[in-house]
Every structure is written in structure tokens, then in C-alpha cells.
Design a protein around this ligand. Structure first.
Ligand SMILES: NC(=O)c1ccc[n+]([C@@H]2O[C@H](COP(=O)([O-])OP(=O)(O)OC[C@H]3O[C@@H](n4cnc5c(N)ncnc54)[C@H](O)[C@@H]3O)[C@@H](O)[C@H]2O)c1
Length: 447
């Protein structure tokens, strides 16, 4: 099929590449000229496992192309995806300016029936607004062209995006007409061979499904962080509690890891946006507010532990930091817990020596050259000349480090484990002091 995708970010680029992989002719449109030029040269602007190979292969074979020119791209697509960003507005609600700008562009150039598919995460009612924006442009040029607007939210996870896109758990399609559903059934047929993953519903339910999914996942994390904070105070070990509750199949082990708070481009903004949607409809979503508040507080946790350890005297100290990306297997730094920690350390007069397997370039792009930040090529380099080590992202490479080497390199042998990667006893046996999240038992032993 002929597919057009607006936005070549994490969602648009992965979706475009995966649809091309299935034999569709895909044109990706972006307003970022530099990004489009890089993609045309075969350079992938983001780190996402498996993405480079699939983009290159399909670009070379002619199934996947990139452009900044919207008009021919709209003429090309029988299915036109909107996969542009929906960042938070000043009040936390989703900013729809990019989505509506694309809708207007489509309306200005559409010359025959197409299905317009909204893949961006957008508040309930946006399908209607997109429909209105397209219709207004068509009316302005007196064009009687039929089109459908479908809500098809994306559930891929950064770090496993290609795999999620090729093997989705479910394909949510919110549509009000049979014609559009039939088009999407055809497009998604190759992803449905094992069993039918398509769940068809109305647009509003589809839009809410995406927010509900992210809000549920964020709730699980904040819930566990709350339990960790209680565990710390009552002298329990949250890691034992986690295993204890995870064994209940009604709860399960997924997504109940306590840590230094959730980040990324989705959970923080989507929880907030859903709260705003509820508020604008006269309902105060108190649980969502609490989920967000717990997370905000949790993101200060590592700094508080470090500051407490040094009696609030951080000026002149150097902190080694392992992990900058908001989670492993990505270079995405949006709302990353590492940023809050680094900024708090800098404000307190400390320096940071940081290592991340993929996010160093992005960190440099965000913060530039500064005296209080050294981006290191290796994890061991970050330890050189540092006082203590803080682990912020749970990259696999950090899971079984050389504790003796860490002890020898640090001025003060202390690990602040923001993701509970290590067993306190193992760390302590290696001669290092250990601070984790909610591991009250180990704190008591040390006391
Ligand atoms: N990143 C994720 O893991 C993820 C997962 C599921 C859903 N989503 C949602 O998908 C949407 C996109 O997220 P993302 O992370 O891919 O965003 P992103 O910021 O990585 O990419 C958005 C792209 O859209 C481009 N763009 C903006 N205006 C445009 C226009 N008028 N025409 C063409 N291109 C334009 C930007 O230049 C950018 O390249 C958001 O609503 C997000 O909430 C993201």
C-alpha cells in the first residue's frame, strides 16, 4: 500500500520502517530539514536497537523515502499517518499545534480519498478536531473530497520499538466508518498473521485507551516507589516485598520496580495531560495527581541521599554517574532522572563525571561544554577522580560491575544505586557502602 507518515521521530520513523519492511511504499515527511538530509544519507538520528538496518535496507530498496515536501507526499498516500510530537502545554495539557498543523497541510493538498490516521498521543476529541481542520481547508478551496480520520494510538516502547512495532500486543483502531477500518485491516494484515490483534472501537475510546495504558504503568511505578519510601522508614527491604507481591498472578512482576522515578517523553506528559482532560470535564483525577507528585519527589531521591551522605556539603565534590538516558537501550534524555540529579549537583557546587553507552552525544547537545561535566568514554573512566558513584539508568552493562575496581577508583567507596541493581550485601562485602531505594534493612545493618 502507499503510506505517508508525518513526523520522523521515535514513532514515525519506526512505523515507517516497519511498514516498508512489510512491502508497503512509505514516504516519511518532516519539517526538520537536517533530519531528513541525514536520513537520506542513511544516518539514523536516534539510537534504537535494530532501526538502522531496517531503515537502510528499505531506503536502498526504494520502499522507504524521506522528504520535507508535503504536497507530493500527500498525493502519494492512501493512508496518511500523523506521528508528530504532542508536548505538554504550559498548563500540562497536550499541545496540539503540530497535529493540527499537519491536519491543515493535509486539507490543503488532499486530492482524493485517504484515511488519515492519528498515531500521536492526543486528548480525547482530537480526531474530531483533526476532521474539522482538514474539512475547513477542503471547504476553503471548494474541494469535495472524502476522507476518514482514524485514531490508532501507538504503544511501542523506546529501546524495543522495532520489535514492538513488528510484533504488537494489540492494534487499537478507533474509527466510525467501515471503509476506514477495511483499509487499516489490509495495512495491518501482515502483523496479524499469528492471531488478530486489531481491537476496533470508537475514536474517543481509542484516544483514552492510550492515556489509560500509560497512566496505569506510571501508577504501578509510583505505587512501588511509595512502598519503597515506607519500607525505608519501617526497616523493610522493598526488593523482598516486590518479589513477594509479584508472585501473585493478579499483580505480576512487570513494572513494579522501585527506583529514581520515571522519565521519558511519554509517562510524565501523558499522566499530566489526562489529568488536565479530566479537569476540563469537571472531574478531579486525584489518583493521577498523586502518581505525578510521588514521581516528582522520587526524582529528587538520589540527590537527597548523596547530599545527606555529605552533610549537605557538596561543593568541590565529584560524583561519578552511570546512566544518562531515561531508560536503557535508548539515547532519549527527555525528562530523564539523570538530568534532575546533575542539575541539583551542579547547583550545589559538585562536578559530574558521567558515562552512558548511548546518550553522551544527546547530553552534550543539551548541556554543551561546561567545567562541571565530563562525559566519559567508558564506565571505568567516570570513576577516576570521583568521590562516589551514583547509578541512574539500569543498562545491562552496569549489572555486574567490578566492585573491587570501583572501590579502588573512588575517593570514598560508596554506591548510590538508583535502580536497585545490586545486592547490598554483595556491595558491602566488596568494601563499599551501599544506598539503594527502599532497602531499609541494609541501611539498618550499616547503622
Ligand atoms: N516516543 C515514544 O516512545 C512514543 C510511544 C508512543 C506514542 N508516542 C507519541 O507519539 C507522538 C510522537 O512522539 P515521538 O517520540 O516520535 O516524537 P519526536 O519528537 O521524536 O518526533 C516528532 C517529529 O515530528 C516532526 N514534526 C513536527 N511538526 C511537523 C510537521 N508539521 N510536519 C512533519 N513533521 C513534523 C518533528 O520535527 C519531529 O521529527 C507523540 O504524541 C508521543 O506522545 C511516543
Amino acid at each position: 500500500m502507499r503510506v505517508t507518515i508525518f513526523g520522523t521521530g521515535y514513532v514515525g520513523l519506526v512505523t515507517g520502517a516497519c511498514l516498508a519492511e512489510m512491502g508497503n511504499h512509505v514516504v516519511c515527511v518532516d519539517i526538520d530539514t537536517a533530519k531528513v538530509e541525514r536520513l537520506k544519507r542513511g544516518e539514523i538520528p536516534i539510537f534504537e536497537p535494530g532501526l538502522e538496518a531496517i531503515v537502510r535496507r528499505n531506503h536502498v530498496s526504494g520502499l522507504l523515502d524521506f522528504t520535507t515536501d508535503a504536497a507530493p507526499a500527500i498525493a502519494h498516500g492512501e493512508v496518511i499517518f500523523i506521528a508528530v510530537g504532542t508536548p505538554p502545554d504550559e498548563d500540562g495539557s497536550a499541545d496540539l499545534q503540530y497535529v493540527l498543523a499537519v491536519a491543515g497541510t493535509i486539507g490543503r493538498h488532499l486530492d482524493r480519498y485517504a484515511v488519515i490516521v492519528n498515531k500521536s498521543t492526543v486528548p480525547v476529541g482530537t480526531a474530531d478536531r483533526v476532521r474539522e481542520a482538514v474539512a475547513a481547508e477542503l471547504a476553503a478551496r471548494r474541494a469535495a473530497i472524502e476522507f476518514d480520520v482514524v485514531s490508532n494510538p501507538e504503544f511501542l516502547k523506546e529501546g524495543a520499538a522495532v520489535d514492538d512495532c513488528l510484533r504488537p500486543d494489540r492494534i487499537i483502531v478507533g474509527a466510525s466508518g467501515a471503509r476506514a477500518v477495511a483499509v487499516l485491516r489490509k495495512l495491518y494484515a501482515p502483523f496479524n498473521r499469528n492471531h488478530d490483534r486489531m481491537v476496533v472501537m470508537d475514536e474517543r475510546s481509542a484516544e483514552l485507551t492510550k492515556y489509560a495504558a500509560n497512566a496505569m504503568l506510571a501508577t504501578k511505578i509510583s505505587f512501588m516507589n511509595e512502598i519503597a519510601n515506607i519500607a525505608e522508614r519501617v526497616g523493610a527491604d522493598v526488593e523482598l516485598v516486590r518479589q513477594g507481591i509479584g508472585s501473585d498472578p493478579r499483580i505480576g512482576y512487570h513494572f513494579i520496580y522501585p527506583g529514581a522515578g520515571y522519565g521519558g517523553s511519554c509517562f510524565p506528559k501523558d499522566v499530566q495531560a489526562l489529568e488536565r482532560t479530566a479537569h476540563s470535564h469537571g472531574y478531579e483525577a486525584r489518583l493521577l495527581g498523586a502518581v505525578e507528585a510521588v514521581n516528582r519527589q522520587q526524582k529528587t531521591k538520589l540527590f537527597e541521599l548523596i547530599s545527606h551522605h555529605f552533610n549537605g556539603e557538596l561543593a568541590g565534590r565529584t560524583i561519578a554517574l552511570w546512566g544518562l538516558a531515561f531508560k536503557p537501550n535508548t539515547d532519549d534524555m527527555r525528562e530523564a532522572s539523570s538530568r534532575q540529579l546533575m542539575e541539583a549537583l551542579w547547583n550545589a557546587g559538585a562536578k559530574v563525571r558521567a558515562f552512558d553507552p548511548e546518550a553522551r552525544e544527546e547530553t552534550h547537545r543539551l548541556y554543551g561544554d561546561r567545567d562541571d561535566l565530563v562525559l566519559c568514554e567508558r564506565a571505568s573512566d567516570a570513576l577516576q577522580g570521583a568521590d562516589v558513584l551514583a547509578v541512574v539508568t539500569e543498562w545491562k552493562a552496569f549489572r555486574s560491575p567490578d566492585f573491587a575496581g570501583i572501590r579502588a577508583a573512588l575517593a570514598e567507596p560508596v554506591i548510590f544505586d538508583g535502580r536497585n541493581l545490586y545486592e547490598p550485601a554483595t556491595v558491602e562485602e566488596a568494601g563499599l557502602a551501599y544506598y539503594g531505594i527502599g532497602r531499609g534493612r541494609s541501611l539498618q545493618i550499616r547503622r
